[in-house]
Design a binder for this molecule. Structure first.
Ligand code: MF3
Ligand code: CO
Ligand code: CO
Length: 275
């Protein structure tokens, strides 16, 4: 039986059906995602040795509040922070804390601001001071892998084409693709259908259609692909403690390709990378 509360929530539940959004959805997503991108832009100058991830998280919370937005991760399934901050061998869902960032760290900052009900989900890598060549190369490979995945987005192709492009490139660069986490549909829901795998083959997955909105967020490791989640229930790390990187965009499928909603207005999506 569907109760009153269920009935209200029904249109906002992940039903497994893939929603096709029109003008309203694309306009809403553009605004939410641009706010998230501006927030991530602001962090570029803040990420330095000595700054704690809690200080970064506080900035994200206040940035959201100042702009009429709410961080989707705050009190999401028991998570109590406004961002995820994943350092070095932390794959994703690193929990901000008081520990200062150290020279040579690489940190992924993942922010989802909800504006007028729409979710803008994006993450980037930030170098902390001077970083090692291997770290720089991993960030470059991961960023390029995301762009190659995005280039496959068009109506008629399958979501597997995204995964295939990412996996082919990452493995050709002697890196590995994390299997345990994937991209996801989003819009008025944070995590919705479809799942976007970052590995696989072009004939797999669902057929992309104009109006679909989802994230692509590959996690690429220098070592083996395997991950474990620490006892805090969130922090995912590489089992072999190898370095890992991630970049995330929210995109919408258009008639002839896609719109990247979370592009950096200041051109700072990949701070520290040459491209
Ligand atoms: N922003 C993450 C994503 O890209 C999800 C974080 S959920 C949290 O999907 F609870 F860990 F914050
Ligand atoms: Co996401
Ligand atoms: Co995210």
């Amino acid at each position: 039986m569907v109760g009153y509360v269920d009935a209200i929530a029904a249109p906002l539940r992940n039903t497994g059906q893939v929603k096709l959004h029109g003008r309203e959805g694309f306009d809403g997503m553009r605004k939410a995602c641009q706010l998230t991108a501006q927030c991530l832009d602001e962090l570029v100058d803040m990420v330095k040795p000595g700054v704690s991830t809690n200080a970064i998280d506080k900035f994200v919370f206040e940035y959201g509040m100042d702009h009429g937005a709410y961080p989707a991760t705050l009190n999401y399934r028991g998570y109590t922070k406004s961002s995820c901050t994943s350092i070095n061998h932390v794959v994703c869902h690193g929990i901000p804390n008081e520990k200062p960032l150290r020279e040579g760290d690489i940190v992924n900052i993942d922010v989802t601001l909800v504006l007028d009900g729409w979710h803008g989900d994006s993450s980037r890598m930030y170098p902390v001071g001077q970083i090692k060549r291997a770290a720089q190369r991993l960030m470059e490979v991961t960023h390029e892998a995301l762009l190659l995945g995005i280039a496959e987005v068009q109506p008629g192709a399958r979501t597997g084409a995204i995964g295939q492009a990412i996996q082919r490139y990452a493995e050709a660069e002697r890196c590995s693709v994390v299997r345990d986490f994937c991209g996801h549909g989003l819009g008025q829901l944070f995590h919705d259908a479809p799942n976007i795998l970052h590995y696989g083959r072009a004939h797999e997955g669902i057929e992309m259609k104009e109006g679909m909105i989802f994230t692509i967020e590959p996690m690429i490791n220098l070592g083996r692909p395997h991950v474990k989640v620490l006892s805090d229930g969130w922090t995912a790390v590489t089992r072999d403690r190898s370095l890992t990187a991630q970049y995330e965009h929210s995109v919408g499928v258009t008639a002839d390709g896609c719109e990247i909603f979370t592009l950096s207005p200041a051109g700072k999506f990949a701070p520290g990378l040459s491209d």
